[in-house]
Design a protein around this ligand. Structure first.
Ligand SMILES: Nc1ncnc2c1ncn2[C@@H]1O[C@H](COP(=O)(O)OP(=O)(O)O)[C@@H](O)[C@H]1O
Ligand SMILES: [Mg+2]
Length: 496
């Protein structure tokens, strides 16, 4: 239980008198728009931040944490968006290291058996003797979670730890959480997605601008009531109506011809894909994650080898073959990119907002003009309402959604012709997501930008696309102009 927590950062009151209680055996979703104070809250419970005032009680006893060590000793663990594992060590070495660090007994055999058994049961297999750098993001996050349990967690806190996972994998994590709770553990799940909270949580609590809004039973709550709690008046800004669009131009900006790309496991993930994106057009690729979408965009961006086929970008009247020419070449043609795992591939979290803008060769060109850069950074902060003390704040101190805004803003300024976006609004709350979609669509209308949008979120696909393509098992299995696209049919093609 938590009473009257207050936490101030320079210039922001991050938590304003927040009280909260967590029951044994429950999954408790903690919701709030980007910057509401959720991360600050769990970091206090984990001993990373010390509150300015307020008290924490565990089973009636007052506790004071001065470091995560204290929290872990009291059975409280935190898993966040960025895995904290050491890449060059194996899974079990990472866990043993954790056990030793916290002065616990380490039995290697038992740890390995546990990892094997649990990961099998969850359906995301992990070999404990694998070096961590070889694991996928999903596997790393699962290792984090299993490590927390091995460290004796009675309270598991997930701070957007599964935000970037495909829906199918999220559900596997949900199953794990449910089992953990049914064995007497408690979970605090931070997410932006209300439907997910309604699906998995027993209770839902909401923070807004540092204030505690309330707690509801998930069974008794609806999308609408939770939206109102999260956004107040601004919940009326949430819309899934199609955004205004215009007829695409004749001019093809990106053409993909009979593309074949290998996945990570030696089989083809992209099998003969043909695509065209025109100026002034959003081509939305719908599909269940894992059907080759990621490999497709990586190949287009020069980040994954094309085995057969061509990627062509037109620039200034010339058609330029960028197949296997590397990402620098593609980007030099005015192509913006919002990658998967944005915190790893999209930004440098140790650097500040200005430096994250400067990293682009297009902007810096040898000599960095810091004055101009500062102005650009400030413009970006204003336009996207990035919540940050200043443009010199290290990106890792921003909330996940605000990092995403920095990335989207930067890539939109790079995108002179084409934006390739992989789930661009995944880490954003609904109001911010709508804002970002509108900003993207606006560039399409005004500047005739071409956009290749990959999204698992059909609401998003239907809201912004001019053309919808469905990808399944490495192939494009249907292409529809938006006014002929039927949602049921698209869904069927996704899973057939
Ligand atoms: N270490 C920090 N230094 C300064 N300001 C911070 C720090 N951490 C968070 N903030 C600010 O506190 C507010 C709440 O942030 P956060 O708890 O990360 O929100 P959420 O997780 O709900 O998106 C934001 O305005 C954020 O910029
Ligand atoms: Mg956060």
């Amino acid at each position: 239980m938590v009473k009257n927590l207050v936490k101030r950062f320079p210039g922001v009151l991050a938590l304003d008198n927040v009280s909260f209680n967590l029951r044994k055996g429950e999954i408790h979703a903690l919701l709030g728009e980007n910057g509401a104070g959720k991360t600050t809250f769990v970091r206090i419970l984990y001993g990373i931040y010390v509150p300015d005032s307020g008290e924490i009680y565990i089973e009636g006893k007052r506790v004071v944490f001065t470091s995560p060590l204290d929290a872990i000793r009291h059975g409280i663990s935190l898993v966040s968006q960025i895995p904290q594992l050491i890449g060059s060590l194996t899974v079990s070495e990472n866990i043993i290291l954790g056990l030793e660090k916290y002065g616990m007994m380490a039995n290697v055999r038992k740890v390995e058996d546990y990892i094997r058994r649990e990961s099998e049961e969850i359906g995301i297999k992990i070999d404990p003797s694998t070096e961590v750098w070889k694991l996928s993001y999903t596997q790393k996050q699962l290792v984090e979670l299993l490590r927390a349990v091995i460290l004796g967690a009675k309270v598991l806190m997930l701070d957007e730890a599964i935000t970037f996972l495909p829906i199918r994998e999220k559900r596997r994590f949900f199953k794990f959480m449910r089992k953990f709770a049914s064995q007497g553990g408690s979970v605090i799940l931070i997410t932006h997605k209300i439907p997910e909270a309604l699906e998995i949580a027993d209770r839902i609590s909401v923070l807004r601008r540092g204030k505690y809004v309330g707690t509801v039973e998930a069974k008794a709550a609806s999308l609408d009531t939770v939206r109102k709690m999260m956004f107040g008046e601004r919940s009326t800004q949430i819309t899934y109506e199609r955004l205004p669009s215009s007829k695409p131009d004749e001019k093809v900006v990106l053409e993909v011809k009979d593309l074949w790309v290998m996945g990570d496991y030696g089989a083809f993930s992209v099998k003969g894909v043909n695509l065209r994106v025109r100026a002034g057009e959003v081509l939305g690729i719908a599909g269940v994650a894992g059907n080759g979408q990621l490999e497709l965009v990586q190949a287009i961006m020069g980040l994954r080898k094309v085995r057969k086929g061509r990627v062509l970008v037109s620039a200034d009247g010339n058609v330029i073959d960028v197949t296997n020419k590397g990402t620098g070449r593609v980007r030099s043609l005015g192509v913006g990119y919002i990658p998967d795992e944005p915190l790893k591939f999209g930004v440098s979290v140790e650097n500040d907002i200005e430096e994250n803008l400067a990293m682009l060769p297009l902007i810096a060109r040898g000599v960095i003009k810091w004055g101009r850069l500062r102005k650009r950074a400030q413009e970006l902060i204003d336009k996207f309402k990035v919540v940050t003390p200043s443009s010199r704040t290290p990106v890792k101190l921003l909330s996940g959604g605000n990092i995403m805004k920095v990335l989207v803003g930067r890539e939109l300024s790079v995108a002179k012709r084409l934006l390739v976006a992989y789930n661009p609004t995944r880490a954003l709350d609904e109001v911010t997501a709508v804002t970002v979609r509108k900003i993207i669509k606006d560039r399409v209308l005004r500047d005739r930008l071409a956009v290749l949008l990959v999204s698992e979120d059909l609401d998003e696909i239907f809201q912004v696309s001019d053309t919808v393509a469905v990808m399944n098992s490495g192939r494009i299995v249907g292409v529809f102009p938006i006014d002929k696209a039927d949602r049921d049919q698209v869904e069927k093609l996704m899973v057939m």
